[in-house]
Design a protein around this ligand. Structure first.
Ligand code: FAD
Length: 245
């Protein structure tokens, strides 16, 4: 039992990603069949890459849906995954607190608590207390012959949002761009922002033609759409007619 940190690994991404996006997009405008274009090695890879960059810039992003990235993520809290799974255009497989007993559960400590010795001490004591109560609950239910998943599924009600979890996430490139626009923003909650930043780093390394200019909304817009109250100040706030009143 103890504090753990974010760990993100790329499990897999679509093979021949650039070619796949290129061919899907060409099908929209070409008399040729995508099946032939895909097996035609004559189209040079630089041309394909430039074409993909141009469709990302133009906003014709539906061809990006054909390319997917799958990530294995651990060292994150249940508070984070509750936010993550709100993104509906993705696939998730998360470690179950029903089938996996949380004996000696690990947890995430927010930096604001970790940086304050008194707060950190209180937080860590609470985690130990919760662990002890969780174990006792399993024992009490065991006295009523409730064991295994039947006991776990009810004892987990005592677990904190800080409890560490593991999840596999698959998103297509269009959804990833959307996810980064929202979650790389400095207004996003710190833990999901760290995760989004790490996923973006991996995507940029593996598919720069799509992700080199990806990030928070402001990076693309050149202004902050969040309004004066919420803006971090990195970009000027866009003034709407209602702001001027
Ligand atoms: C800074 C921040 C603060 C937040 N605060 C809160 C909060 O206080 N409370 C709260 O409940 N949530 C909150 N959220 C979550 C937010 O409301 C969204 O649920 C979450 O960001 C998922 O985003 P999405 O719906 O845009 O994207 P996804 O589910 O990833 O979908 C991508 C896009 O597909 C389209 N789409 C998907 N499903 C539908 C549909 N059914 N109908 C129409 N179009 C669809 C939309 O264009 C959508 O933007 C917050 C999010 C952020 C980034």
């Amino acid at each position: 039992m103890g504090k753990v940190n974010l760990d993100v690994q790329l499990l897999e991404m679509s093979q021949e990603a650039i070619k796949l996006i290129y061919v899907a997009c060409r099908q929209c405008y070409s008399e040729k069949f995508a099946g032939e274009v895909f097996s035609d090695d004559a189209v040079d890879s630089k041309k394909q890459e430039d074409f993909v960059k141009s469709i990302v810039a133009s906003g014709h992003t539906s061809p990006l849906e054909h390319v997917k990235f799958s990530f294995a993520i651990q060292g994150v809290s249940r508070a984070l995954t509750h936010q993550l799974v709100r993104h509906r255009l993705a696939s998730y497989s998360q470690q179950s607190q029903r089938y996996v007993k949380e004996k000696d559960f690990d947890y995430i400590i927010p930096p604001s608590i970790e940086g304050n010795p008194e707060a950190r001490d209180e937080f860590e004591k609470l985690m130990v207390t919760i662990q002890q109560s969780y174990t006792k609950l399993l024992m009490f239910m065991g006295n009523d012959n409730l064991r295994g998943e039947a006991a776990n599924q009810d004892a987990r009600f005592a677990l904190p949002q800080a409890a560490e979890t593991k999840i596999v996430v698959t998103m297509n490139c269009r959804e990833l761009l959307h996810f980064f626009q929202h979650r790389c923003c400095r207004r996003a909650q710190w833990e999901i922002r760290h995760l989004a930043d790490r996923m973006l780093e991996i995507c940029r390394k593996n598919l720069p033609a799509v992700f080199s200019v990806a990030g928070a909304k402001c990076e693309e817009l050149g202004y902050c759409p969040e309004g004066e109250k919420f803006s971090c100040g990195k970009y000027p706030v866009r003034h709407t007619s209602s702001d001027k009143k």
